[in-house]
Every structure is written in structure tokens, then in C-alpha cells.
Design a protein around this ligand. Structure first.
Ligand code: HEM
Ligand SMILES: [Fe+2]
Length: 761
């Protein structure tokens, strides 16, 4: 079998086996997820909560923004508490105080060591015991515990009202006053927090670890890392080292400089005039830059809320745009503008690759643009109304806020986006089809590009699998099918294939060897990436097998990233391959920066939080924010900009192209990101990690730590980096404005020319 064919076979088998395993583990999660009892009753028979209340309580949280307001099981936003860890700690303390009062007439804090230890022992036994009866579908709690739960319940009910007693906390958590005006809803919300905390404290039947594998760290109830958490962490580190060794061997053994071709004398793309549909793509890029600017602005506001919970430099902004809204829009716009730049790149490249402009392609490109605008504006409007509590629980699910980070938009908009992706897929398919059918040395690369576009389009559909009341563990499972499989799987493949195609089109890299390299890279990415999805699910009510498989495979994701320097250096050299390549200098340098952040942001900062023993302590801390920013913007944001520049280069004349502005953009964005991550987010995360390890997650996310002098200093230290970064956004916008202006002038002039010629002829 020839080597290329063999690689295709390996890829196919890998794909089928990995997804079979991921599916199988999904069914295991379904079998072993923590039950939601039909009734929670006290020993004396009082019904405390029902399943309906727990489910509707979750809906109330989701309408407020859900994971954009604090987190549950570690997934969500970082300023307000992790509600599951917070409830757990409150209930435990209330129970201890109650018993201390009963037996010693003192508060728990004032007891001596042995007396505290005795009570704590009792607490551990009481709270870890599983008293859910599957036959009656009922959970029974002691009367003492019911009393402690009532205290926690009252606390949350007051927190989300506009009562004075909790005004300071609200400000510290950046939760708007009267965030839930309806008293009925305020009464429902704590039911969900209780259940999430219960699952995190209660041992699985026949086992001594909780449904969440003892997450969160909470010494009061004996929550500490499990044996599996520790052992699989070590295994993952060893496998990572082994993987690096194997891949280095492979590189050295197969490396030859022969895949660099003799570059052509002139830019092979220069003579090509953009087709009508390619021209129509330009507005996507302008829109992407506008959305990027909006994202930066909303990010600055969101970060500032950590200082003044309700205000923006004295102006009471939270009544109109509370934290929950600005953070939702900030994260969502990030996805939207990057996706817009990528979709546009695909639409621009497809006719260039096949040399065919299908009929009505321009219309299709314009219709898709309109559809995307409707989804962006519609979803953001819906989210605002939901957070303002103007929609009912069910309407909010459909058109408001689903409360799931990165998939926040209401179901209707989500379907709209899926439809948009399918339209995109169709437009890509019809433009690429002639090239896919014609045998050529580029065909395999084009096929990989097309397969990754299919995967990007179809896998968004995984976000439609859950309903309003689907179990939290299952929503989490499917949500990461979208987010993780996109970013750590198919995007990496699309990116590698798109960049390789651009270079082969320019005649700088030989197509056949590039094909094998891309196929091999795809195999390596997907080998770790598909089952690596489970690293988001270690503690999401899942069995230990999730920790084992997730830790091992996600460690392998890091292998190609630490060796990415090979590829980066080759790309870096290409910029001087021939004099005309200087036209593409900045797009190429953006690709080099993508490799840098793939190593630093995705590889190093990703692995920092990836071993289960690490994530056990740092899930939901700013270490994740450090990784999230450096990977999502550093890799895909910069790639989006690089691809955009590449396409725009082909559409515009040299005169409107300002390399100086691009140089500034490049350095400002990279330096700003570096400063934001290494001078603010990472030190903030490490400081929190210290408290999480030494005392428990509840403390790392409490106002004492979040508003400590250190953390405040970190928020202020963010400002210089943010300003540098924003300046990079501004120079990019200026660059784009000049292009737009230049191209308008050009069109006008060419119209005049055509008219002149017509009248002369
Ligand atoms: C370019 C590729 C990557 C991108 C764009 C990316 C992006 C993200 C984002 C946006 C988050 C969520 C942050 C939040 O909730 O605030 C995240 C979480 C995480 N990522 Fe990555 N990531 C990438 C690669 C990696 C790699 C290679 C690893 C390690 C193998 C990794 C490990 C993790 C872990 C462990 C979490 C936290 C899981 C959790 O809280 O549930 N990521 N990533
Ligand atoms: Fe991931």
C-alpha cells in the first residue's frame, strides 16, 4: 500500500474506534450519573424539595446567565462562588454549629481540637452516607441536616433579592440587585444548588468516593483526591514524555528538506481576479473585525466588574448591562468573530482552489451573511432579555439564555446557527466539488480540508441533543462534544490543512509531501483529541473511567504541540523564500505566532490544568482563564486574523495595504496577550490554587480571596496589558478601514474606466 493510502486507512479506523469509545463512555456516564430524587424529605416526613423544584431551580439559574454567574461543578464564571462548593461549605458549617450548640452550648469555632475533630467525624459520616432509595426514588435527610439546609436556602434567597443584608456580597459577586425579582423563582433556585452539592458530597453506592470523585476539595466532609485521580495523573505525565520521544524519533527519521519546492518567480496568485462571490466575502472580514472590537470593549467592562461590582468608573452600568450580560456577550462574540473569519476564509478559498465559480454562489454568500447577522443580533438580544428576567423559564430556553458557557444562545438561535453552518457546508461543497473530482496533486489536501469543514458543520449539531431538563452530567458531556471537539480536534485539522494549502498554492511547499504531513498531523491530533474530550468531565458526576481515559488521551494532545517548533521554523523561513513572498510577510508571521501560542497557551497552560490531580484543585480558578485566553485567542484568534489577511491580500491592490499598521497590530496583540496572561491571569490563578489546595475550593472562590489585596492588584495589573491589546485591535481596525476605503476608491475608478472604454469603443 502506498504511504498516503495507509495514512488514510489509519485515520479512518482511528476515527471509528475513538468515537465508538467516546459513545460507549457516554452510556456509562448515563448509567452512573447522580440521581435526581423525586422527593427530598426530612426524617420527620417534611418534603424539602421535589424533582420539579430542582429542575426548575436549575432553569432559574440558567435564565440569569447560568454558567456566566458563578459555576456549578467547577464549570462557569469565576467571580461569584462555585455554588456547589459554596452550598456544601455552608451546609457543613451550619450543621457543625448546630451540633456544637446542642452538645457544648458553644459555636463550633470556639470548641477545642478534640471536640471539633469528633464533630467533624460525625459530619463526614452524616454527609457522605448515601440515603437515596432508588426503589422509592426518595432521598431522606436527618432533621438536623434539614435545619442546616434551611439556613443555606435562606441565604441564597436573600442573595438574589434586593435586601440590604446581602448588598455587600452582591457587589462583591457582581450580581445585580434584585437579579431574580420573582419570589417564586428565588425559592426554586437553591433547590438546584442543594442537589449539585449533595452529589458532590455523597458516596456512590458501594464505593467510598462521591459522585463527583470527591470534587470539590473540602476537608470538612473528607473530600480529597481519589486514588484514581492521583494515579492517572502520573500515568498521563509518563505517557506524554513517551509520546514526545516517539514523535521526535519520527521527525528525525522522516525529515528531509525536500518538501520545500523551488519557489516560482512571481506570485502565482497575483494575476487572479477575485470572482463575484469572493468579493462578496470581504464584508465578512470587516464584520469580524467590528465584532472583535466589541468583544474587547465588553472584556474590559467584565474585568472591571471585579473591582466595582455594579459600576463602571462610578457609572451604575449594572442596571443596563450587568456582569452576566457583558461576560456572555464577551465569550460569545469571541466565538462569533473567529467563526466569521474562518467561514469567510473557506468561502474565499473554495473557488480559488477549484478555479470554478458556481452559479448563484455570490447570492449564497450574501444570504449566509444575512443569516449570521440575524443569529448574532437575535441571540444577543435574547440573552439580554433573559438576564433581565423578562422571559419565562421556557421562553428563555428557546430564545433567551441557555446558561451553558460557549453555547449560551437560545435554542432557536442555536438552530439558526446550525442551519447557517449547513449552508456554509453546501457553499463550500459546490465550489470545491470540481477540484475534489479532478485527480491532481492537491486533491488529498483539499479532501482533508473539506472533511474538516463537514466535521465543523455537523458537530455543532451535538449542541442540539439536550433539552430543558436533561441531566447536568449529560448536558456537560454533549456541550464538550461541541466545544472541545471543535477547538482541539477539527479546528486544528482545518487550520493545518488550510495553511498547508495556502503554501502549496503559493508554490512554496510541495503538495504531495504536504499531504502526508497534514494527514499525519490529523491522525496525531485526533488520536489525543477525540477521547481527550473527557478531560472536561473528570468531576462532572462521572465514573473513574472518565478520569483514566480523559487524562491519558488528553496528555497525548500536547505531544504535537510541544514539537510545533519544527513547523513554525519552516514557516518562518518561507517568508524569505522569494522576493515576492514579502507581500505575505505578515500573514505568515501571524501563522508563526499561532504556533507559539499553540505551544504556550494550548500546550503548556493546557497541560498545567490537565492532569486530574491538578484540575481537582484548580477547576474554576483563574488558571483556566489564563489557558482559555492564550489558547482561544492566541491560537484561533490569531489564525483567524492571519487567514483573513491572506485572503484580503488577494483582493486588494498594494497601495491600500499598509504593512506598518500590520506590524504594529502583530506586536501589540501578542505583547498585550502575553502581559494579560503572565502578569495577571496566571499569578491570580496560582494564588487561588494555593488556597484551594491548602483549605478548599470554597475559599479560593470566596470574597476573602477574590477581593484580597493580591487579587485586586492582579486585576489592576491587567489594565496595562489590556490597553496594549486593545491598541492592537484599533490598529487592525485602522488597517481594515484603509483597505475598505482603498477598495471603494478602486471600484469607483474602475467603473469610470469601464465607462470610458465603453464610450470610446
Ligand atoms: C487551541 C487549542 C485549545 C483551545 C482553543 C482551548 C480552549 C479552552 C477553553 C475556551 C476552555 C474553557 C475556559 C473556561 O471555561 O473559561 C478550556 C478549558 C480547558 N482546556 Fe483547553 N483549549 C485548547 C487546548 C487544550 C489542550 C491541548 C489541553 C490539554 C491537553 C487543554 C486542557 C483544558 C482543560 C483541562 C480545561 C479545563 C476543563 C474544565 O474546566 O472543564 N486545552 N480550553
Ligand atoms: Fe479540551
Amino acid at each position: 500500500m502506498n504511504p498516503t493510502r495507509r495514512l488514510w486507512w489509519i485515520l479512518g479506523i482511528l476515527f471509528v474506534v475513538s468515537f465508538a469509545a467516546l459513545g460507549f463512555i457516554g452510556t456509562e456516564i448515563y448509567r452512573q450519573m447522580p440521581p435526581v430524587p423525586a422527593e427530598v424529605v426530612s426524617e420527620s416526613g417534611e418534603i424539602l424539595y421535589t424533582r420539579d423544584q430542582i429542575e426548575q431551580g436549575r432553569q432559574v439559574w440558567q435564565t440569569m446567565g447560568g454558567q456566566q454567574v458563578g459555576s456549578v461543578w467547577g464549570h462557569g464564571a469565576y467571580l461569584a462562588p462555585d455554588w456547589s462548593a459554596d452550598w456544601l461549605h455552608r451546609e457543613a458549617l451550619a450543621l457543625l454549629d448546630r451540633w456544637a450548640e446542642e452538645s457544648h452550648r458553644q459555636s463550633f469555632d470556639s470548641l477545642d481540637g478534640p471536640a471539633q475533630a469528633a464533630l467533624q467525624n460525625r459530619l463526614e459520616t452524616e454527609m457522605r452516607a448515601n440515603r437515596y432509595d432508588a426503589v422509592q426514588d426518595r432521598l431522606v435527610v436527618s432533621d438536623d441536616r434539614a435545619a442546616a439546609m434551611a439556613l443555606a436556602h435562606a441565604h441564597y434567597k436573600a442573595l438574589f433579592s434586593d435586601g440590604e443584608s446581602h448588598a455587600v456580597l452582591r457587589e462583591q459577586f457582581a450580581i445585580a440587585n434584585d437579579a431574580i425579582p420573582s419570589e417564586v423563582h428565588r425559592d426554586l433556585l437553591p433547590a438546584f444548588f442543594f442537589w449539585a452539592a449533595w452529589a458532590a458530597t455523597t458516596e456512590r453506592p458501594g464505593s467510598d468516593i462521591t459522585y463527583t470523585s470527591n470534587w470539590p476539595h473540602e476537608p470538612l466532609v473528607g473530600n480529597s483526591p481519589t486514588t484514581g485521580t492521583a494515579m492517572w495523573s502520573i500515568a498521563s505525565i509518563i505517557l506524554l514524555l513517551a509520546g514526545i520521544g516517539a514523535l521526535t524519533w519520527y521527525y528525525v527519521a522522516t525529515h528531509d528538506a525536500g518538501h520545500l519546492s523551488q519557489p516560482p518567480k512571481d506570485d502565482p496568485l497575483l494575476g487572479l481576479d477575485p470572482t463575484p462571490s469572493q468579493r462578496a466575502v470581504a464584508k465578512y472580514f470587516y464584520t469580524a473585525v467590528a465584532l472583535f472590537m466589541a468583544q474587547i470593549l465588553l472584556g474590559a467592562i467584565t474585568a472591571h466588574y471585579a473591582v466595582e461590582g455594579h459600576e463602571f468608573y462610578g457609572f451604575n452600568l449594572s442596571e443596563i448591562l450587568p456582569y452576566a450580560v457583558t461576560r456572555t456577550w464577551h465569550t460569545q462574540l469571541g466565538i462569533f468573530w473567529i467563526a466569521t473569519a474562518w467561514l469567510a476564509t473557506g468561502l474565499y478559498l473554495a473557488p480559488a482552489i477549484s478555479g470554478v465559480e458556481p452559479r448563484w454562489q455570490r447570492l449564497g454568500v450574501n444570504v449566509l451573511f444575512g443569516a449570521l447577522l440575524v443569529v448574532v443580533v437575535g441571540s444577543m438580544t435574547g440573552e439580554w432579555f433573559a438576564v433581565q428576567q423578562r422571559l419565562g423559564l421556557d421562553a428563555s430556553f428557546w430564545i433567551g439564555h441557555q446558561g451553558w458557557e460557549y453555547v449560551d444562545l437560545g435554542r432557536v438561535w442555536q438552530i439558526g446557527l446550525f442551519a447557517g453552518l449547513l449552508i456554509w457546508l453546501a457553499l463550500m461543497g459546490r465550489a470545491l466539488w470540481p477540484a475534489l473530482r479532478k485527480p491532481s496533486e492537491h486533491r488529498a489536501l483539499i479532501t482533508i480540508l473539506f472533511l474538516s469543514t463537514i466535521a465543523i458543520g455537523l458537530f455543532y449539531g451535538a449542541g442540539l441533543t439536550w433539552g430543558k431538563h436533561t441531566h447536568l452530567s449529560i448536558v456537560t458531556y454533549w456541550r464538550w462534544w461541541v466545544v472541545h471537539l471543535w477547538v482541539e480536534g477539527f479546528f486544528e485539522v482545518f487550520a493545518t490543512a488550510a495553511v498547508a494549502l495556502l503554501f502549496t498554492r503559493l508554490g512554496l511547499v510541495r503538495a504531495r509531501l504536504a499531504t502526508d504531513a497534514v494527514l499525519f498531523a490529523t491522525i496525531v491530533f485526533l488520536f489525543g483529541g477525540i477521547l481527550g474530550t473527557l478531560h472536561h468531565l473528570y468531576f462532572a458526576g462521572t465514573p473513574t473511567s472518565v478520569i483514566a481515559v480523559g487524562a491519558v488521551f488528553s496528555a497525548l494532545e500536547v505531544v504535537p504541540l510541544v514539537l510545533i517548533g519544527f513547523e513554525a521554523y519552516e514557516n518562518y523561513r518561507l517568508r524569505k523564500a522569494a522576493p515576492w513572498v514579502a507581500r505575505y510577510k505578515w500573514p505568515i508571521l501571524f501563522f508563526v505566532a499561532v504556533a507559539f501560542w499553540n505551544l504556550v497557551g494550548a500546550g503548556l497552560l493546557g497541560f498545567l490544568i490537565n492532569p486530574p490531580i491538578s484540575l481537582y484543585y484548580v477547576q474554576g480558578l483563574n488558571t483556566t482563564a489564563a489557558h482559555g485566553h492564550s489558547a482561544l485567542f492566541g491560537v484561533y484568534g490569531l489564525l483567524g486574523i492571519g487567514l483573513m489577511l491572506f485572503c484580503l491580500r488577494g483582493m486588494t491592490r498594494d497601495r491600500a495595504w499598509n504593512d506598518r499598521l500590520l506590524k504594529q497590530t502583530f506586536w501589540l496583540l501578542n505583547a498585550g496577550l502575553f502581559a494579560m496572561v503572565f502578569f495577571s491571569l496566571l499569578p491570580a490563578g496560582i494564588y487561588q490554587a494555593y488556597w484551594s489546595v491548602s483549605e478548599g475550593l470554597w475559599l479560593a472562590r470566596s470574597p476573602e480571596v477574590i477581593h484580597s489585596a493580591w487579587m485586586r492588584a492582579m486585576v489592576w495589573l491587567r489594565v496595562p496589558g489590556d490597553i496594549v491589546f486593545a491598541a492592537g485591535g484599533v490598529t487592525l481596525a485602522l488597517f481594515i478601514l484603509r483597505l475598505w476605503w482603498g477598495s471603494r476608491r478602486m471600484t469607483r475608478r474602475s467603473t469610470v474606466l469601464i465607462e470610458e472604454r465603453a464610450s470610446a469603443g
